[in-house]
Write a protein that binds this ligand. Structure first.
Ligand SMILES: Nc1ncnc2c1ncn2[C@@H]1O[C@H](COP(=O)(O)OP(=O)(O)OP(=O)(O)O)[C@@H](O)[C@H]1O
Ligand SMILES: O=c1ccn([C@@H]2O[C@H](COP(=O)(O)OP(=O)(O)O)[C@@H](O)[C@H]2O)c(=O)[nH]1
Length: 226
């Protein structure tokens, strides 16, 4: 099997990480690992790390780095025979250093989206908590308002997504993300995209990935995921 492809997508809350990750997974066969979804799975199955992580998430705090790395790195060990895309990890310099010591990344996508756009998007974001599926009443509404397309279960809005919570989250994101962005910029693997509409960014991301992912890997991954 030729070399596998390792990528990370970074961006503030509401920047479109989940939306773009889903398109990348579908179009290029990369396995999408979202740190938020993975934490929710651990919380739902009451693992030791899940119980611990929940105490931080409930307070709107980041889960401590050592808990995150102890949770994510073994999960990545299970994915060694697959090309993957990490979403929401690494989020801090300590997490990036832990990741960089365990594998070589090929590409980091950073989304730089205006605050007003984030506010607008998050005010209409509805989530199916159990699966992490994301909807937006303006951009990608559910078939039936308020319920998940797959399970029919009710959708919720996160308190964190309210405008008054966003400014603090955004400032905190910028503080912790900047050293991580600087590391990957120095490595020459950072690609930053700025626009108010994912549909305008997507063609550029898609052609970047087409150029970066050797076709034999992309074909093999697509074949293995269908
Ligand atoms: N890499 C990480 N390091 C520390 N805490 C994390 C990490 N990833 C997720 N978390 C915790 O899990 C929570 C849920 O993560 P998730 O990514 O779904 O939400 P979020 O950070 O609000 O993301 P977004 O709004 O950008 O989709 C976060 O608010 C944070 O407390
Ligand atoms: O061009 C876009 C991209 C995303 N969204 C919506 O904005 C919210 C945030 O997107 P996502 O969850 O993908 O962002 P993340 O928080 O993962 O970075 C979601 O309701 C998306 O449906 C949008 O309205 N326009």
């Amino acid at each position: 099997m030729s070399r596998l492809f390792r990528a990370v997508i970074m961006g503030p809350p509401g920047s479109g990480k989940g939306t773009i990750s889903e398109r990348i997974a579908r179009g290029f066969g990369l396995q999408h690992l979202s740190s938020g979804d993975f934490l929710r799975e651990n919380i739902a199955s009451n693992t030791e790390a899940g119980v611990l992580a929940k105490t931080y998430i409930e307070k709107g705090l980041l889960v401590p780095d050592h808990v995150m790395t102890r949770l994510l790195l073994p999960r990545l060990e299970e994915m060694t025979c697959h090309s993957w895309l990490l979403d929401g990890f690494p989020r801090t310099l300590a997490q990036a250093e832990a990741l960089n010591s365990s594998c070589e990344l090929d590409l980091v996508i950073s989304l730089n989206i205006p605050l007003e756009t984030l506010k607008e998007r998050l005010s209409h974001r509805w989530i199916h908590q159990a699966s992490g599926r994301v909807y937006n009443m303006c951009f990608n509404p559910p078939r039936v308002q308020g319920v998940d397309d797959i399970t029919g279960e009710p959708l919720i809005q996160q308190d964190d997504d309210k405008p008054e919570a966003l400014v603090a989250r955004l400032r905190h994101y910028k503080d912790v993300a900047k050293p991580v962005i600087d590391v990957y910029k120095a490595k020459g693997i950072l690609h930053t995209f700025s626009d108010t509409d994912t549909d305008r960014i997507w063609p550029y991301i898609s052609s970047l990935l087409s150029a970066k992912i050797p076709t034999d890997i992309a074909d093999a991954q697509r074949a293995s995921t269908h």
